[in-house]
Design a protein around this ligand. Structure first.
Ligand code: AP5
Ligand code: MG
Ligand code: ZN
Length: 217
């Protein structure tokens, strides 16, 4: 990418439905660094029926945060895998101040936090119409970003499905939890000098271009 230096230890911050997953897969495909989504890691643990998954399930089903120590153990293990050595895109983590401080205390330093700003009114419609690929977790929308063939992922050919927590009542809880527990991270990372805010409305490609501009060091 034109000789500029890009940040590679990244975090995507934003409300449920802001487009973190949608944009992360594009960054993965272009930058060649992995997306580390705590939501995906937790859903995998639930599907695999691990002890951690069994404990996390009820929190996720209610749209509440899973206890910090469970999420931290997943993230720390994932960051230690070889593909994360040259950078990563944290998606959905940290999600409260104590998780952010847990990273600092482990010496894990982020280069840039990209906030996707979307008005609350738009989020419910985005989430109720969402479909996800079972195989690669790519995110689609029945009207805003449909797959070329209904039910089949454009990126990998996998089957798409609707997430259990994408029902109107659970979405409402997730949005409240975001306001109360996650939004304070905007101030936290602003003070650290690594926050960049990007308008998360408009075309997916236009938002992606703005995100890449915000990665230049
Ligand atoms: P998680 O999986 O992280 O869910 P979330 O934060 O609620 O975020 P989403 O995945 O819903 O939104 P997104 O920003 O990725 O949106 P997307 O790109 O898909 O977490 C789930 C649960 O796990 C939590 O509730 C909690 O229980 C637990 N958890 C996870 N991390 C945790 C942590 N750190 N600590 C404790 N608990 C944790 O896009 C949404 C829709 O919009 C799609 O349909 C998409 O096609 C569409 N869209 C995207 N961009 C646009 C656009 N520009 N215009 C129109 N539509 C668009
Ligand atoms: Mg997501
Ligand atoms: Zn896929």
């Amino acid at each position: 990418m034109n000789g500029s230096k890009f940040a590679t230890r990244l975090m995507l911050l934003g409300a449920p439905g802001a487009g973190k997953g949608t944009q992360a897969v594009r960054l993965v495909d272009e930058l060649g660094i992995p997306q580390i989504s705590t939501g995906d890691l937790l859903r995998n643990a639930v599907a695999a029926g691990t002890a951690l998954g069994k404990e996390a399930q009820s929190y996720m089903g209610a749209g509440k945060l899973v206890p910090d120590e469970l999420v931290l153990s997943l993230v720390v293990a994932r960051l230690a895998e070889p593909d994360a050595a040259k950078g990563y895109i944290l998606d959905g983590f940290p999600r409260n101040l104590s998780q952010a401080e847990a990273l600092v205390s482990r010496g894990i330093v982020l280069d840039r936090v990209l906030s996707l700003d979307v008005p609350k009114e738009a989020l419910m419609e985005r989430l109720t119409g969402r479909r996800i690929c079972r195989a690669c977790q790519a995110s689609y929308h029945l009207s805003f970003n449909p797959t070329k063939v209904e039910g089949i992922c454009d990126r990998c050919g996998g089957e798409t499905y609707q997430r259990k927590d994408d029902s109107a009542d659970v979405i409402a809880n997730r949005l409240d939890v975001y306001e109360a527990q996650t939004a304070p991270l905007l101030d936290y990372y602003e003070k650290m000098g690594i926050l960049r805010r990007v308008n998360g409305t408009g075309s997916i490609e236009g938002i992606y271009a703005a995100l890449k501009d915000a990665l230049v060091m």
